[in-house]
Every structure is written in structure tokens, then in C-alpha cells.
Write a protein that binds this ligand. Sequence first.
Ligand SMILES: CC(=O)N[C@@H]([C@@H](O)[C@H](O)[C@H](O)CO)[C@@H](O)CC(=O)C(=O)O
Length: 293
Amino acid sequence: MNKLKGVFAALLIPYDKDGKVNHEKLEKFVEYNIEVSGVQGLYINGSTGEAFMLDSEERKEILKTVAKAAKGRVSLIAQVGQLNIYKALEEAKLAEELGYDAISAVTPFYYKFSEEQILEYYKTIAESTSLPLIAYYIPLLSNVTFSMATFEKLFKIKNVAGVKFTATDLYTLERIKAKHPEVLVYYGFDEQELSAAVYGIDGFIGSTFNVNAKRAVKLHELVQAGKLKEARELQAEINDFIDVVLANGLYAILKEIIRQEFDMETVYCRLPMTQDISKYADEAKKIRDKYLK
Ligand SMILES: CC(=O)N[C@@H]([C@@H](O)[C@H](O)[C@H](O)CO)[C@@H](O)CC(=O)C(=O)O
């Protein structure tokens, strides 16, 4: 399970102007994450990958390209959750065949599913492969909130090994870790890494780790060593960076920073996101020079 601990970037995806995934540039994005940013793992087809705007074939091709580019250097988690559970099962099977270390699945959204229906969704996906499954809990975007009782039922499902906890309810976070030390818990708000790390959680999954993972790894180490004053100072340094990134356009700035590293042609976001991010180039260069050199 150690392969599943640490700092994972929620991988950004370079799209072309026509909305197609640019796989040649995607390999570069993977290279940058591993060799420059210093990630310990990659979380594929999550929110940051704009994956909920893709069809299953596009998501499968991304899983293949990332596995090929990573060459076993870092751990890989494939997010397969979606409303079409049959496609989720296909993607989960593919991830297992490609040698991914785990699968993950966002809570089913849009329709008001009952607790029983949500647990059945997780059971169906979890039993479809031998891989550990990390539930992707993000009430902010999914509109699905679990009680502690629901989390307890979720963790009883065979192969459910953890939760990617992207919420500010640190009371529940602490209760999960205190009552289920065997469950892998990842925190999802990069700007609050310190607040979660003190509860002894296992890892972090986030967008800014595509370019700033080294600091997140260091912050985790400082907390584990009990050096909280230094950890607070580092979180402040990280948040100075996150402040300007959020103020300018999260995905745009982060994608531009990677693009500039390899002097690649323009990359895009996927509609309905703001597609053309080239106007952020100057700001991204300033941010990169100030915070990432
Ligand atoms: C709502 C959201 O996008 N949250 C991000 C954070 O990394 C977030 O971008 C960061 O904390 C800056 O606010 C991640 O939790 C999302 C994530 O891990 C994913 O893309 O699957």
C-alpha cells in the first residue's frame, strides 16, 4: 500500500483547439510532473483532467498514454467514476490491464441517488477488478454529502481501500482516520494540506501538484517530523503561489507553465471551459519565474 501514499497530481490534460486530446503533449505533461514537479503519483481522469466532459473512448486513450509515458516511475490511479456505470467498468478493467495501482470513482451525481444506490454503485465497480478502489468524495462539485455512517458502510465494501476527501469537514476527516486507520485517506484541497496532514492522512491529490509537488512532499515530511512551525511557513509559501494561480485561472496558468517548459505550441482547455488559454502566457511566465524557479 506504500505505493499509494504521498503526493499525487490530478493530471492536467492538453487539448487541441478542436477539443481532441493531444497525446504527444500529454506525454510531455506526464514527463514534467515526474521529472520537474516531483510527483509521487498521478491521478488520472479526475476533475482537473476535465474528464467529466470526455466520452469513455477519450478517457481510455488517456489511461493508455499515461501508462506508456509514466513507464512505471510513479504510482497511477485511474478515476473511472461516471453516470454510465458500464463504461466505468470497462475503464476499470482497462486500468487493471495497464497495470494501474488503483482505481477511483466519483460519487454518482446529478440524479438524487439514495445511500443504498450509491453503495451499490461502489460495490459494482469495486468487485469488477482486483484493484483497490478509492472513493472520490467531493461534495462541492458532486452535491453528494456522506454521513459518518455512510462512510462506515462504504469502507465495508470489499476492495474499497480509501477515500479522496475533497471537503472542508475536518471533523469527519479526523473521525475516518481515527476509527479506520487502515483506510487510505487523501486530502484534496492543496491550500489546506497542512490542516489535513496533522491527522496522519496518507496522501494528497490535487491540481497544483502538476507543477508544485516538491513543496507538498516537503510539507508532508515536515508534519510527519513534527516540525509544525516550518510546515506553517511552507504552507504560507505554497498559498502565496496558489493565490495568484487562482486569481488568474487555475487550469490555464498551470497548463501554460508546463507548455512553456517544453516550448510547445498552444494548448487548450475543453469546452465548455474557457478554451483558449494563450492570453495567460505572460502571467504564467511571471508566476513560474517568481514561484517555481
Ligand atoms: C475542486 C477542485 O478542483 N479541487 C482540486 C484541488 O486540487 C484544487 O484545484 C486546489 O486545491 C486549488 O483550489 C482537486 O481536489 C481536484 C482533484 O483532485 C481532481 O482533479 O480530481
